[in-house]
Design a protein around this ligand. Structure first.
Ligand code: NDP
Length: 277
């Protein structure tokens, strides 16, 4: 029987993961199946039971999506440092009865920015908006990319300050509110990791943060030109992108972790891309 993998979430109908992993498996000749599972949100132990049932049926690994990333973290027997800081897990591997957990969202995001968009962060000024799960997952990979300065801005400033206090960084790391961005000048890269775009909203970011030689990245995907990307474009930012590449790159990280084979991502990103205009 083919090795079994799945993504678990609720709702799960929107997920692109079976398509992405199916394309990876086909292109790399891996004998595996990958399905979507709608995990129960009630009773509280329903998620853990669904994971255990998948393991008992011979499952080798799972991706985890909303709203279960925190529950998956609490189920793990082992987890990586970045998953620990995120307090959230988006990939699990089942080995010898143990659950090994990872968070590949941040490395997928960095790879999309640095490799696919050719925007290396080393020595650059980088601004990331938000302080939720996506920012927590991205923080260590962003620090590892070696920016000259990394500024995190959030509406709830106490949240982002607390996050910054959790990490030991050898780069300049600053937490602030949006109003303070007014006097911080331009950034080479501005990343919208808030969920504002999901409701068509714009985080209160001043257009003075954008650079006409820089890049702007929106984590949400498939929403075309979000208010954030529109603001960046009007400000003259030459490189603007949404999070479809991040989605595919985090999947590629999980695939390589499970199968020992790194899949090509370009064709899959192209297939899933909804043009911004
Ligand atoms: P969370 O719910 O954990 O965090 C939401 C964050 O957005 C908080 O910092 C919140 O600020 C901020 N926020 C929400 N609305 C607004 C607004 N109107 N103005 C300013 N800030 C706002 O979300 P996640 O971190 O999980 O997800 C963030 C985004 O990343 C989503 O769009 C999600 O779809 C996307 N994502 C994309 C992935 C991909 O593969 N491309 C993977 C994972 C996430 P406050 O704390 O002040 O309330």
């Amino acid at each position: 029987m083919a090795d079994q993998y799945a993504v678990i979430g609720n709702p799960i109908g929107h997920t692109k993961s079976p398509l992405i992993h199916g394309l990876f498996a086909e292109a790399s000749g891996q004998d595996m199946s990958y399905v979507a599972i709608e995990g129960p949100t009630q009773p509280p132990e329903g998620f853990a039971e669904a994971v255990r049932a998948f393991i008992d049926a011979g499952g080798k690994g799972m991706n985890v999506t909303a709203p279960f990333k925190l529950q998956a973290f609490s189920m793990a027997d082992e987890c990586s440092e970045r998953a620990r800081l995120a307090g959230a897990v988006n990939a699990m591997k089942f080995e010898h009865g143990r659950i090994i957990a990872e968070n590949f969202d941040g490395v997928g995001l960095v790879r999309d920015i640095e490799v696919n968009l050719a925007q290396p962060m080393a020595g650059k000024r980088v601004l990331m908006l938000g302080s939720g799960g996506a920012v927590r997952g991205a923080l260590l990979p962003f620090i590892a990319a070696g920016p000259r300065e990394l500024v995190l801005a959030n509406r709830d400033v106490s949240k982002v300050k607390a996050l910054v206090n959790e990490v030991a960084a050898d780069v300049s790391l600053v937490a602030c509110g949006y109003a303070e961005l007014e006097k911080m000048g331009q950034f080479d890269l501005v990343v919208n990791a808030t969920s504002a775009s999901l409701t068509g909203d714009l985080p209160p970011v001043p257009s003075t943060v954008f650079s006409t030689t820089g890049a702007a990245y929106e984590l949400a995907y498939g929403k075309r030109l979000t208010p954030f990307l529109r603001l960046a474009r009007v400000a003259g930012v030459p490189v603007i992108a949404d999070g479809v590449g991040m989605l595919v790159e985090q999947a590629a990280e999980a695939f390589a972790w499970w199968r020992g084979v790194r899949p090509q991502t370009r064709a899959v990103i192209d297939r899933l891309t909804v043009p911004l205009d």
